[in-house]
Design a protein around this ligand. Structure first.
Ligand code: PLP
Length: 413
């Protein structure tokens, strides 16, 4: 039977709270007792921990916390990995992951179309502060990935559906290339939770910004790392663990909140996807340049069809090119301020629509030349479609705004 993330989550999600509550209780303590002093060195040495026989052993809140640990188990079930742990942000998942894998002199081969913050981490921070070199390539071209691999390559890094151009990673192929050289494949699955299960396709480590679809309410900053039990334990090692020592762990109250949102993630993602598909098709019918992996002529359509799970659509994000930055700004202003269609704001996965001109916002960490290479046009607007309001009313608002900013004139099309 193919992997089913909904079944997998349901199979592990059965916590009782204190006093028989139907939700788990929040374990707020920052430190934990041991009943016998000789247990303490065992925990510090990593020989006993949350899953030890006879009940979990916990140490300190920046190490494993019981409530965060439960959310980690849910994430592992969703992604089909042995283990997972949650972090204070998506960047708080990505940075410790790569720092755990790489030492000075090591290298990463990364897709050139990735979230601007990750791009900045890879291009500026890692080489300057950690001596790690990142080679950026067009990851949709396996030959480029292969050619960039060296004996020092420790990881290949990509996003399943890339921010903001929605390129689709051929995960099985990238896994083969990485593994042939002894490197790990790290996949950021922020844009496509449930839509794709990268670990089932060969990815070694899956990272998330839970700030986005998993939260769904644009009210929480959070992240997760999913991987082998050994890798998650290494992140938490008291002597060498990047998560333990750099410290971006998740607060237990946040873990509790997010745990309540995962059971309906599938329903939300499916509705985001349904609306994105409708908008993308209609924009294409109007003759506008539109990016959406659900459209048969999108470059990543066939790849996504081959790797996606059933029932969640092609994701909730599409892009449209307005030709110039000025017209893109005009559309955003009109949609937000006149039609109350959504918000001119970065981020994604909210129940309301979030829209931004990528080159002037979440990808502005890339130079003009890097943006060109990544296919980010100056007038490109990335839209994370919400699911509030009637879908036809929303379309009318969008189409009216397009006409108002001159995007539907024959010359424009
Ligand atoms: N990965 C992707 C694909 C993102 O879009 C973002 C943020 O926009 C991040 C990671 C970083 O996540 P966070 O803001 O939760 O640190």
């Amino acid at each position: 039977m193919p992997f089913d993330p909904i079944r997998s989550l349901a199979a592990v999600r059965h916590e009782f709270g204190e006093h028989g509550g139907v939700n788990m209780s929040i374990e707020a303590s920052t430190t934990f007792t041991v009943m016998h002093a000789d247990t303490m060195p065992e925990i510090f040495g990593g020989r006993v921990g949350p899953e030890s026989e006879g009940g979990g052993c916990y140490l300190y809140g920046r190490h494993f916390n019981p409530t965060v640990y439960v959310l980690g188990r849910y994430l592992a079930a969703l992604e089909g990995t042995e283990a997972a742990y949650c972090t204070a942000s998506g960047m708080g998942a990505i940075a410790p992951t790569v720092m755990q894998l790489c030492s000075p002199g090591d290298e990463i081969v990364a897709s050139h179309t990735i979230y601007g913050g990750t791009h900045a981490l890879f291009e500026h921070f890692l080489p300057a502060r950690a001596g790690v070199r990142v080679r950026f390539v067009d990851a949709s071209d396996p030959a480029q990935v292969e050619a960039a691999m060296t004996d020092r390559t420790r990881a290949v890094y990509c996003e399943t559906i890339a921010n903001p151009t929605l390129d689709v990673a051929d995960i099985p192929r990238l896994a083969k290339i990485a593994h042939a050289r002894g490197a790990k494949l790290i996949v950021d699955n922020t844009f496509s939770p449930l839509v794709v299960s990268p670990a089932q396709l060969g990815a070694d480590i899956v990272v998330h910004s839970m700030t986005k679809f998993m939260s769904g309410c644009s009210d929480i900053i959070a992240g997760a790392v999913c991987g082998t039990r050994e890798f998650i334990a290494s992140l938490m090692d008291t002597h060498h663990g990047a998560l333990m020592l750099l410290g971006p762990t998740m607060h237990p109250a946040v873990a509790f909140d997010l745990a309540l949102r995962l059971p309906h993630l599938g329903l939300r993602v499916a509705e985001h996807s349904r609306r994105a598909m409708l908008f993308a098709e209609r924009l294409q019918n109007l003759g506008l340049p539109v990016w959406y992996p659900g459209l048969p002529d999108h470059a990543g359509h066939a790849t996504l069809k081959a790797i996606m799970n059933e029932g969640f659509g092609f994701g909730g994000i599409f892009g449209v090119d307005l030709g110039t930055r000025e017209r893109a700004f005009a559309l955003l202003d009109t949609l937000q301020n006149k039609h109350m269609f959504g918000y001119d704001a970065v981020s994604l996965g909210y129940f309301e629509t979030l829209m931004s001109c990528s080159g002037a916002s979440t990808s502005s960490e890339l130079s003009d030349e890097e943006q060109r290479a990544a296919g980010i046009l100056p007038g490109y607007v990335r839209i994370s479609i919400g699911y509030t309001g009637d879908i036809e009313d929303r379309w009318r608002q969008f189409e009216t705004a397009l006409a108002e900013v001159g995007a539907l004139t024959p010359a424009r099309r």
